[in-house]
Every structure is written in C-alpha cells, then in structure tokens.
Unconditional design. Structure first.
Length: 478
C-alpha cells in the first residue's frame, strides 16, 4: 500500500468521526471507494471534503423499507428504486434492504429476478434484498431458498397476518428450520391475525368505520401474543428471529424478557412509533389516512415504552418501514371510506435519521456511538453486511454521512426527494441534518445538491449472518 501524498482519492478532513471506539477528531483517507486510513493530519487527497464542525457517521442502513414492490391489495408504490434510493441518500442513508415479495402461488425465484431488474438501472446507492416468503412450498424450501441464500439474499421475512402472506405456526417452523440450516436471518411481522379480523368485524358491525378505528382493530394484546409466539417458535426451532417494526410496549416487554433469558431475539422499531400516535389518525377530515400503517401508531403514552426500548438496547435497529403510498390514493374512496379500505403505509426513508438524531442525540439522550449502532452497525451485523457496511473502519466501504449537528430544519414534503405526495412529519422542526452523503467514496449529496446517477448503486451480496447448523435441535434429542 503506497503512503505517498497522492495516495488518497478523497480525504474527509477535520470532522468528529464516529468509529466503534467512539467519536474523535480524525481525517478519513479513501482509496478506490474504501476507507484506506484514519488518522490526524493525513496527506492531501485528489479531492477534499472539509468536515470541520461536523460529525461523520457511518452512512445509514435502512434494513426495512419498501420500493417498487409488486402491487398488493390495490396498493401501488409511489417510489421506485430511483426515487426511493435518492430520498434515502439525501437523508444520510447509504444502503437499503427492501423486500422481494412472494405471495401464495408465486415462484420466489421469479420475483427476485424481476426485482433485480427493477433495481439495477435505477438505484443511486447500494442495496440488498430480503426475501418475503408467502408460500413455503417444498420447491421454495428445498431449492429456491438455499440457492437464493447462497447468492447473497440471506434474510427471510414472514408474516403472521395478511391474507396471501400469512403463515401458520407449522409453516413458520419449517421456514425457521431452513434458516437454521442455511444460516439465514428471519424477520417476523408479529401481529395476531385472528384478533385483527375479529375486532374489525365487530367494529364494522357497530358502524365504527372512521379512520381512527384502524388503531382499535390492531390491539396491543395481538402484538404481544404474536411476538411471544414468534419468540417461542424461534426457541423451539433454535433459529434466531428479528421482530419487525415493534409498535406496542407490550411487545417490547416480551422481547426484553427473551433477551434477559439469553434467547437470540432481535428487534427493530420505526419513526412512526416514536413520533406519531393514535391521535394523528383521529382527525375530522381524512388527513388521518396519512398515518395509517400496520402495526398502527399506538396511543400516545405507548411512545415512552418504545423510547425505553430504543434507549436501553432492547430494540436493536431503527428503520423506516418506508411504504410509499400517495395520499391521493389513500383518500381516493372519499370521506365515507371505512378504515379497512385505506391503503396501508407511511413514507419516511429520508426523515428516519434526522428525526432520531434530533430527538435522541440533540436531545441529549443517546450517544453518537449508540446512534451509529442503531441506525447502521447492528443492521450490518444482523444481515451479513459487516464490516463492509455500517462502520467507519479501515477496509470498510467509504459509506459516510456528514452531519451538521446545529442545522435546524422544518420538515416539509417539498424538501424531500421521494415521489410520495406527503410526509406524516409535515411541519416538525428538527435539529441536526445530514449535509453530505458519500457512497463508496463518491460524494452523492452535498449542500442541497445531488451529484449521483441512477444506476450507480450496486447489489451487495450479504454473507450468511448466522452459523449454519446441522446438529439436531434439543427437542429431537431422546
Ligand atoms: Zn414493512
């Protein structure tokens, strides 16, 4: 490795750099898209970025976001890979992991092949895919999944609710067994389907059709039960799970208890459970539809339980669950539309990091290192991207977000880069904003200007995040 003064393509100079050892004053030398040196007073690079007074964090990893997914229940995606990754990048994120979604009757392989083609010409930043398994047929379990995992799609998402997607407990165990043998991570959407169906029928029968009843139809008890069931099945099959978009404090409690007894359970939450609540769906007009997603934001006092889970480490990752549905489509049915007919999903891929930074870091409740962990490093570890992604270290990709911790921004949809026609955070003021994003050593976003081309982002094959297990599970030992 040459150490001469023209050795670096890029030097980021004078910033407070957040490495696994914590924040310190360092320069970052980049060569061929990779971090080649960290140190004080590095020699001049071919180009330089002055980060004086700013904070240099690992670029965010959004390990739960949706873009250009196949239409489902009449929903079509407002964001494709071009606008979805652009918006992510302008919000300080450098890697996204959206979902290739298989439903009953479909070939998972065909869905993934199609998804590659959707991403390849359009992505601005690097990406991998989670595999939604909605139909675990013998073909999917014995052939398609092992081959796809070997190709670098090493995480599986399953649902305990939704017609066309939900698996029964037996099928969940089959998927967990496969994941254990292959070393793949399984994410679970943990809501109780029967509770939702039963309450929805009762509410509709009582003509309780307003948007606010979406919250009542998704009870915390159902989240608690499904989370506990996912944990139990995970323990029986001896395959870790990651509980997706944890919304209810009661679910956080189950996860905390499982972790306390040493079970490898992981979990994520999202901005809508810290910054939105049931009150936002209880409006006189249809604007409450802007906050309709599943699980829904819960009652206001639930937010403190999610915050506790974020701050005490029970919740490992903070992701957007960006689900780009236009408001015009949400309200297309008119003012009498029952809550069951409002398309589900809230956008948030660009506001994810600033919202958390402002409330947690600027608010003095979270260290910069913990912020890096929950927004990037843990996702990299859990999904087989570490140490290539999610960390500022020599040898890692130069995926960086440079933050101005003093910058005050009022969030409004006009400043965002997604194609969705609203943000549920309209009018919220935050302190701290990612002013420069660097992807594999290229400045792609700086001072309000985009300098990136659609198609420059690459598919990143994930490593197997877990060890492959061939020994019998304890339940099978005589
Ligand atoms: Zn989702």
């Amino acid at each position: 490795m040459s150490a001469d003064s023209t050795a670096f393509d890029l030097v980021i100079r004078g910033g407070t750099v957040v490495t696994p050892q914590g924040p310190s004053q360092l320069d970052i030398g980049v060569r061929d898209g990779v971090i080649a040196a960290l140190g004080a007073g590095l020699p001049k690079g071919q180009s330089e970025v002055d980060a004086t007074g700013h904070i240099v964090l690992p670029g965010g990893i959004d390990s739960h976001c949706h873009m250009d997914q196949q239409p489902w229940e009449g929903r079509s995606s407002a964001d494709d890979f071009r606008t979805g990754t652009l918006s992510a990048m302008c919000g300080g994120t450098t890697t996204v992991i959206p979902f290739a979604m298989q439903m009953r009757g479909q070939s998972l392989r065909a869905i993934v092949d199609d998804y590659y083609e959707r991403a390849r010409p359009k992505a601005h930043i690097d990406y991998s895919f989670h595999l939604v398994v909605g139909d675990p047929t013998p073909e999917v379990l014995s052939r398609e999944l092992p081959a796809l995992i070997a190709e670098g799609c090493t995480s599986i998402k399953i649902y305990l609710t939704y017609d066309g997607l939900k698996l029964d407990d037996y099928e969940v165990l089959q998927v967990l067994d496969l994941a254990r043998r292959e070393g793949a991570m399984v994410m679970v959407h943990a809501e109780n389907d029967g509770c939702i169906r039963w309450l929805t029928e009762r509410l509709l029968a009582e003509r309780k059709t307003k948007i606010k009843y979406h919250v009542a139809s998704h009870p915390d008890i159902g989240d608690r039960e499904a989370t506990y069931r996912a944990i139990s099945l995970s323990e029986l099959a001896e395959a870790p799970v990651l509980v997706a978009h944890v919304a209810a404090g009661a679910a956080v409690d189950e996860i905390r208890r499982a972790k306390a007894r040493g079970v490898p359970i992981y979990a994520e939450t999202c901005p809508q459970y810290l910054f939105l609540s049931a009150d936002d769906l209880d409006t006189h007009d249809m604007s409450g539809a802007k906050c309709v997603c599943t699980p829904p934001p819960k009652h206001k006092d639930n937010q403190q339980h999610i915050w506790r889970g974020v701050l005490d480490g029970t919740l490992d990752c903070f992701t957007s669950d960006h689900s780009p549905i236009n408001y015009v489509d949400k309200i297309a049915g008119g003012p009498d539309t029952p809550f069951t007919k409002i398309p589900l999903g809230v956008p948030g891929i660009e506001t994810r990091l600033p919202l958390l930074f402002s409330a947690a870091v600027s608010g003095g409740r979270m260290t910069l290192l913990d912020f890096a962990e929950i927004t990037a490093t843990r996702a990299a570890r859990l999904f087989g991207l570490y140490p290539r992604k999610g960390v500022i270290a020599v040898g890692s990709d130069a995926d960086l977000a440079i933050w101005d911790p003093e910058k005050r921004v009022t969030i409004t949809n006009t400043i965002l880069h997604h194609a969705t026609d609203y943000t549920p955070y309209e009018g919220m003021e935050v302190q701290g904003w990612p002013v420069t994003t660097i992807s594999r050593g290229e400045v792609v976003w700086a001072n309000g200007a985009v300098s990136s081309n659609a198609g420059r982002g690459k598919f990143i094959a994930c490593e197997r995040p877990l060890q492959r297990m061939t020994t019998p599970i304890a339940a099978l030992k005589g």
